[in-house]
Design a protein around this ligand. Structure first.
Ligand code: KIV
Length: 262
């Protein structure tokens, strides 16, 4: 595999090929995931749940993400490294720029931010300064208390239209990737077909440009596995083989199937 960049992901979209993404939090797992050909590694604030044992991602700090980004950057090979901006990094454009700068210096090659059209100004300023941005939409876990739980988003047509309009605004502002979490599969397909940038899904159906899962779900070690996840270690004899099976299932569009979609 050649070094993966935002251009690689854009080219895969144009060629109609899918790509796989996985969370990673340390050097050893990052190395194995990279070696299996997984195109994107995310240091997600899911670390608050799967590493630290919290029930939400809200307690995760910039220092936490920064520490794990440094670890993953040392281990990963050709995969693109994305890092999450934690809860409340978006209180002002100035803070967004500062926090993103810390993560980019730690080794991130792209920043992920949760939000909607109101993030456009921040995204414009980040991209102006050379920071590629992935905008995370749909079920944004940092808003879990506002949603009243981890619930599928964009189920009715007005919500879906609003999400599409918001995604367009963020792409116009410079977002290089849209990540959709827990939305109906038909909305994932519409986003993929409408937006010129790659659309990554987690619980967004098979008809998007890329898939992402939390590493602990792929290995079946999460305390609770969401409907959209699959334990690939159950049918593999090593961690490397499980990562490889996930990558292969995404590339051949065998994952996610209907049972993992909404
Ligand atoms: O924090 C995270 O790991 C994420 C993925 C689930 C997309 O946001």
């Amino acid at each position: 595999m050649k070094t993966v960049t935002t251009r690689t992901l854009q080219a895969l979209k144009h060629a109609g090929e899918t790509f796989s993404c996985l969370t990673a939090y340390d050097a050893s797992f990052a190395r194995i995931a990279s070696q299996t050909g997984i195109e994107v590694l995310l240091v997600g604030d899911s670390l608050g749940m799967v590493l630290q044992g919290h029930s939400t991602t809200l307690p995760v700090t910039l220092d936490d993400i920064c520490y794990h980004t440094r670890c993953v950057a040392r281990g990963k090979e050709k995969s693109l490294l994305m890092a999450d901006l934690p809860f409340m990094s978006n209180t002002s454009t100035e803070r967004l720029l500062q926090d993103a700068g810390v993560l980019m210096r730690a080794g991130a090659e792209m920043i992920k931010i949760e939000g909607e059209a109101w993030l456009a100004e921040g995204i414009r300023e980040l991209t102006r300064r050379g920071v590629p941005v992935c905008a995370h939409m749909g079920l944004t876990p940092q808003s879990v208390h506002q949603f009243g739980g981890y619930r599928v988003q964009g189920r009715n047509s007005s919500q879906a239209e609003q999400m599409l309009a918001d995604a367009r605004a963020l792409v116009d502002a410079g977002a290089s990737i849209i990540l959709l979490e827990c939305v109906p599969a038909h909305l994932g397909r519409i986003m993929r077909d409408t937006l010129e940038v790659p659309v990554i899904g987690i619980g967004a159906g098979v008809e998007v440009d890329g898939q992402i899962l939390v590493m602990h779900d792929v290995l079946g070690v999460s305390p609770r596995s969401p409907r959209f996840a699959k334990n690939f270690l159950a049918e593999s004899d090593s961690i490397a083989a499980a990562f490889g099976a996930y990558h292969e299932a995404v590339k051949t569009r065998r994952f996610p199937s209907e049972e993992h979609s909404f």
